[in-house]
Design a binder for this molecule. Structure first.
Ligand SMILES: [Fe+2]
Ligand SMILES: [Fe+2]
Length: 478
């Protein structure tokens, strides 16, 4: 801002944060009108960002936010948990009722039915065990009216504690003999090509700036590529409309024992500033969606609100950035065509790697199966305890809407796959193997970038680790 602009703001009664004084403003009179109409008397970086962010988007490319947790408190008292669990149960119950299955009863109504009756009811799974002799699955279930026992004659590998399902079966004296177990599951979406030009969305995750193991050279190669200064795949770089960054933007402070030994930047603000210095080189016509992970400057319990403007102050200078919660859901809009994106950092994925034996090698197939289970359960942490939770009045981890793309990170692996017509993405990382990962035998896949064409849903992955940018074939499952 120049002296005249500053003077105009001061004389209009607006105080200005020191950091905003270096911002470039075209029309100060317009800005003053915006501030006055919103009753704002103090202009800081976040306020400036919020005012300008909608004006820099070209008319045919923008984001519609459908789910974004803005913060809110919970005392985590028993009563809060009751409200939270009721909301979770009712949201999942409504998704099941939308399937149009008639004759659904409550468990207390089932109990009043004569022995031998066919019954259908919606219940939350409270316990699952396998009978040792006959391999039956014995399931304890409950709803808001009562609880009951269900016996299924088959193994039920996709059944998890705390899922909400429809059970159909026959009533016996002490239990229901299940005929079918119906999951909320996602809908099959039509993926017809649309009449737009090539328009790409690409995915980054787990950048871990501030770590000595940050893959700086590879990340800078990515920035050079997206800026159109690389020969390889430049036609893709030129048609990227959205960059989605799914958390663990920085390495954070005190996240794991002895972390300080592996840090190059030991305060959060300078870690985020370093990210800003890199992302400010991304062309301004590309929207950057930024959300949080367990290493970022927020509480670990989910949902996590958007980036804290105190720590991430510099990033709020990016007028092409949108700051979102973890998880979130948005529509990526290009030429009137909407692609629904569900973004979740992925903390609960490691719980299932550790707790379901068949997934414990954490291969790309295992991760895809866990992401598929989340969609099938219509919940990002179906088992209570698979992620820490803030017990709010709304359960933000329920997947209310079927996404076209479900993108996660956290496990530092590169994956692009499909479940029904929904594309599954795990967005690799930009951090070489840490001592902690070495101890647990985790080999990260570094600097891989999944890319989807919004025109026809075709996908691919680029590798920025080698000398030249090249196609990465591993981790792509069609
Ligand atoms: Fe990470
Ligand atoms: Fe993480």
């Amino acid at each position: 801002m120049n002296e005249t602009q500053l003077e105009k703001l001061f004389s209009s009664g607006i105080l200005i944060d020191e950091n905003v004084k270096s911002a470039e403003i075209n029309d100060v009179d317009w800005l003053i009108v915006q501030l006055k109409s919103a009753n704002i008397t103090f202009l800081d970086q976040k306020t400036l960002h919020d005012i300008y962010k909608e004006t820099v988007v070209s008319q045919d490319t923008y984001i519609e936010i459908t789910k974004n947790y803005k913060g809110g408190t919970s005392a985590s008292k028993p009563a809060d948990w009751v409200i939270y669990f009721n909301d979770r149960f009712n949201r999942l119950k409504n998704l099941l009722l939308n399937k149009g299955i008639s004759g659904i009863m409550s468990i207390s109504q089932v109990k009043e039915m004569p022995i031998g009756s066919d019954v259908k009811f919606i219940a939350m799974i409270s316990d699952i065990s396998i009978s040792p002799i006959k391999k039956f699955t014995i399931i304890e279930v409950e709803d808001t009216t009562s609880s009951y026992k269900v016996i299924s004659p088959t193994a039920e590998p996709d059944l998890l504690p705390d899922q909400v399902v429809i059970i159909t079966g026959k009533k016996s004296k002490d239990a229901i003999f299940a005929k079918s177990i119906i999951f909320p599951d996602i809908q099959v979406k039509e993926n017809e090509p649309v009449a737009i030009e090539d328009a790409f969305v690409l995915f980054l995750s787990d950048i871990h700036i501030g770590s000595k193991l940050f893959a700086r050279e590879a990340f800078e190669k990515f920035i050079t590529w997206i800026s159109g200064k690389t020969n390889e795949y430049s036609e893709i770089a030129g048609a990227v409309k959205f960059i989605v960054i799914i958390g663990d933007l920085v390495d954070g402070i005190g996240v794991y024992p002895d972390q300080e030994k592996e840090l190059s930047l030991t305060d959060l603000k300078s870690q985020y500033s370093e990210l800003y210095k890199l992302l400010k080189n991304v062309p301004k016509n590309i929207k950057i969606l930024i959300s949080q992970g367990n290493h970022d400057a927020t509480h670990i319990a989910e949902p996590q609100p958007g980036l804290d403007p105190i720590f991430g102050e510099e990033l709020y200078k990016l007028e092409n950035a949108v700051f979102l919660s973890n998880p979130y859901q948005v529509n990526l809009v290009v030429g009137g065509h909407k692609t629904n994106l569900l973004g979740y950092h992925g903390f609960s994925i490691t719980y299932y790697v550790n707790n379901i034996d068949r997934y414990n090698k954490m291969t790309v197939e295992d991760v895809a199966s866990i992401m598929r289970l989340q969609l099938k359960s219509r919940h990002l942490a179906p088992t209570h305890g698979s992620a820490q939770i803030v017990p709010l009045t709304q359960d933000y981890l329920v997947i209310d809407e079927t996404p076209d793309i479900y993108a996660a990170g956290h496990i530092h692996k590169a994956l692009i796959s499909k479940y029904k017509e929904t594309i599954l993405v795990n967005a690799s990382c930009w951090q070489y193997q840490t001592l902690y990962q070495k101890k647990y035998g985790i080999n990260p896949e570094v600097a891989k970038v999944p890319i989807i064409n919004l025109k026809n849903k075709e996908f691919m992955m680029l590798d920025f680790l080698g000398e030249k940018v090249q196609i990465y074939k591993k981790g792509i499952k069609t």
